[in-house]
Design a protein around this ligand. Structure first.
Ligand code: AMP
Length: 224
């Protein structure tokens, strides 16, 4: 199964990605996380991405596509994978579709977490992340057991560098302009809209029933 977890920044992609990959035992690939790692390691790609990311823009398609291709070529992706934050432009979606077809992989299933923008701004202000293991929390909807530290390794949680309101609004604008058209690209082809303004458990239950139904449908269509 190739899953695209889709939604504006703050829509709960990180949380759902963890739940889905634990359930299906497939790797979760977040291009945002990969880029942040490149920046931390001071690589050439990290240097190119840093300024754009700090301002809420998108890293150019060619660089992200190459990074993605390298990652999904790893052996752990053979049985499928989940993409979080990719594709973000129609060009990236076209690149992904042709890559999947060329490798004989099934077409993607798109899970769109839809959340109204004003709610996203409130959520963004309460978002935290563990700098050690990458686990994300939301102080409102998905808080850690002990405030301010990671449940997994006890590291002090931080806000992300691109989580300030001006940058966040810019990311929403870019989402509307460049990323929303990707949904139109997939409409009618494995596309599912999910109301993301609900507790994470309810959202996950809907995802489980969508994926169960997709698995049943695809079994009866061997060409997929
Ligand atoms: P995320 O963690 O998915 O919210 O991504 C954080 C930032 O990384 C985005 O605001 C972009 O600057 C950059 N980024 C992540 N994924 C992509 C992508 N698929 N294409 C272009 N830029 C990306």
């Amino acid at each position: 199964m190739v899953l695209l977890l889709f939604g504006p920044p703050g829509s709960g992609k990180g949380t759902q990605s963890g739940l889905i990959t634990n359930w299906l035992h497939i790797p979760s690939i977040s291009t945002g996380e990969m880029l942040r790692r490149e920046i931390e390691e001071g690589t050439e790609l990290g240097r190119l991405a840093n300024g754009v990311m700090a301002m809420g823009g998108l890293v150019v398609d060619g660089l992200v596509n190459r990074m993605l291709l390298e990652r999904i070529s790893q052996p752990d992706c053979r049985a499928g994978f989940l993409l979080d934050g990719y594709p973000r432009t129609v060009k990236q979606a076209e690149f992904l579709d042709s890559t999947l077809a060329a490798r004989g992989l099934p077409s993607a299933i798109v899970l769109h977490l839809d959340v109204p923008f004003p709610l996203l701004i409130a959520r963004m202000n309460s978002r935290r992340q563990c700098p050690a293991c990458g686990r994300t929390y939301n102080l409102l909807s998905d808080p850690p057991r002990n405030p301010a530290v990671c449940d997994i390794d006890g590291t002090v949680l931080t806000a992300r560098a691109d989580d300030n309101e001006a940058v966040f609004r810019e990311r929403l604008r870019i989402y509307d302009e460049l990323t929303r058209p990707v949904l139109t690209h997939y409409r009618g082809r494995g596309y599912h809209r999910i109301d993301g303004d609900r507790p994470p458990k309810a959202v996950f239950e809907e995802i489980v029933s969508i994926l169960d139904a997709e698995a049943r449908d695809r079994e009866t269509q061997p060409a997929l």
